[in-house]
Design a protein. Structure first.
Ligand code: NAP
Length: 269
């Protein structure tokens, strides 16, 4: 990739997207211009970041250079968006890829009228290269530009393309999902604790059980219903546990949680 890339907001998620591209030598750090807000972040990145990128502070004289880059990755927090002001001295029509939760393509186009905009939703496992990324393309994005943008994300995540209206449910499932799973792990571990296991061991058992179950479903293509039947014997322990969960409406609570997160995302957009 020889295109010049600007990263507006070089925080946790931006680093997770960009760093694997340096590691795999798909991108030259010299072609990347990163913007941060504070001097502290600027110095921290200069001192500690492994790659020699062009790092600039917002509103400094030399920071305008980011607006000349052909591709911009917008990765500030949504509440920081108001401080970003588009500059377009060369009258170019460049690409802007936003990973901001809850900022619609319509709002991006209003904010950056001289850019072709792309809206992306990604999730926290991207920080270990296991993210899920949903992309909604704006108008006029060429096939070559789409390929380029997909290459930016495919080293740290699996990519799914959607019409924009499906990004809210994608976000609910994949971005809120990790918190739901963390809560389930915590609760099951507490169950083990109640039965007399040490907290750490209980959590380890729960995590290994979940990993094993997920692998079984993925590797053998067994359906979730078949798996459930397989481990549920008449009058046994599992049906006893499932009965409690049905009684407490766990299934319905999880469905409603996703519907609620989706609606909240729509409200933000
Ligand atoms: N965290 C998640 O789980 C997650 C998952 C998927 C997507 N996202 C999305 O990813 C985006 C970034 O999240 P993050 O967790 O990476 O945030 P973060 O670590 O706080 O990074 C934000 C970056 O933006 C910089 N910044 C702030 N104001 C700026 C300005 N006016 N001009 C230029 N740079 C500015 C910050 O610089 P300073 O350090 O100097 O303040 C920092 O480098 C968010 O919009 C979020 O919706 C987050």
């Amino acid at each position: 990739m020889t295109t010049k890339i600007a990263v507006i907001g070089f925080g946790n998620i931006a680093k997770a997207i960009i760093t694997p591209l340096f590691e795999k030598k798909l991108l030259n750090p010299k072609d990347v211009y990163c913007l941060v807000n504070t001097k502290k972040s600027l110095e921290n990145i200069k001192k500690n970041y492994k790659y020699n990128i062009n790092i600039l502070q917002a509103n400094s004289k030399d920071s305008e250079i980011v607006w000349d880059c052909q591709v911009k990755l917008l990765s500030v927090k949504p509440q920081q968006l108001k401080n970003i002001i588009e500059i377009n001295k060369k009258n170019q029509r460049n690409l802007l890829v936003s990973i901001l939760a809850g900022v619609s393509l319509e709002n991006l186009i209003k904010k950056f009228p001289n850019h072709k905009c792309v809206r992306v939703v990604t999730n926290i496992p991207i920080t270990i290269g296991k993210g899920l990324t949903g992309i909604a393309w704006g108008e006029e994005i060429t096939r070559v530009q789409k390929l380029f943008i997909k290459r930016l994300f495919e080293n740290s995540s699996k990519i799914y393309e959607f019409p924009e209206y499906l990004l809210d449910i994608f976000l609910a499932l994949t971005s809120s999902g990790p918190a739901i799973i963390a809560l389930i792990i915590e609760a099951l571990s507490d169950g083990g604790l109640s039965g007399g296991l040490q907290k750490q061991l209980s959590e380890e058992l729960v995590i290994e059980m979940i990993l094993g179950t997920v692998s079984l479903i993925k590797d053998t293509n067994v359906s979730t219903a078949e798996l459930k039947n397989l481990v549920t014997s008449p009058g046994g322990t599992t049906i006893s546990a499932l009965r409690v969960l049905e009684n407490k409406s766990l299934r319905s609570a999880l469905i409603e949680a996703i519907v609620s997160a989706t609606n909240r995302s729509k409200e933000f957009s």
